[in-house]
Design a protein around this ligand. Structure first.
Ligand code: AMP
Length: 211
């Protein structure tokens, strides 16, 4: 199963991917997560990407393509993967196709901008591991503490209103055209993201023919 999760920032791509890795038995690949890790570790890619991420701009395609090519070549991707937050431009999608990485399904998680802007303010991230939380829909068991590793929770630098507005504009301008691209390939399905996490998961599984 080679799956792409499309959708604006805060649509729930990461949350759904976390659930789907259990069901489908394939890894989740989030370029945002890989980039944040690179920033944390001060790698050359991280140093180039930090200001762009903090401003809500996209990281250049060449960097993303290098990251994703290296990740997809790893052994655990042999039986499939869930791409979360990539491709994000037409060039990235075309490059995946040119490299013969045949995507099976593309799920567009639909959430109105007004809901995203409210939702993102309540998003929390573990300061140590990739686990994410939402204070309303997916709160930690103990306030401010990661359920998975016990570290403190923090907010992402780019999860403020101004940056989120810019990320939404970028999404509509550069990423949304991917819907038409994948629709043309007969791979696109829409799912509702403006509901509970469980409802979206159910819709995704039904769409994929898994019950
Ligand atoms: P995300 O965690 O998917 O919201 O990504 C966080 C940030 O990382 C984005 O706002 C971009 O700056 C950068 N980023 C992640 N994935 C990509 C991508 N596929 N193309 C360009 N930039 C990306």
């Amino acid at each position: 199963m080679k799956l792409v999760l499309l959708g604006p920032p805060g649509a729930g791509k990461g949350t759904q991917a976390d659930i789907l890795i259990e069901v489908l038995g394939v890894p989740q690949i989030s370029t945002g997560e890989i980039l944040r890790e690179s920033v944390k570790n001060g790698t050359p890619v991280g140093l180039k990407a930090k200001a762009l991420i903090d401003h809500g701009d996209l990281v250049p395609d060449e960097i993303i393509i290098a990251i994703i090519s290296e990740r997809l070549a790893q052994d655990d991707c042999k039986n499939g993967f869930i791409l979360d937050g990539v491709p994000r431009t037409l060039n990235q999608a075309e490059t995946l196709d040119r490299h013969g990485i045949g995507i099976d399904h593309v799920l567009s998680i639909e959430v109105p901008d007004a809901v995203i802007l409210k939702r993102i303010a309540d998003r929390r991230l573990c300061s140590n591991c990739p686990t994410t939380f939402h204070l309303v829909s997916n709160p930690p068991k103990e306030a401010g503490i990661c359920d998975a590793c016990g570290s403190s929770l923090t907010t992402r630098n780019d999860d403020n209103i101004e940056t989120t507005r810019h990320r939404l504009e970028t999404y509509h301008l550069l990423t949304e055209p991917l819907k038409a691209y994948y629709e043309g390939q007969g791979k696109l399905c829409y799912v509702t993201g403006d509901c509970t996490i469980e409802e979206t998961t159910r819709e995704i599984l039904k769409t994929l023919g898994i019950d």
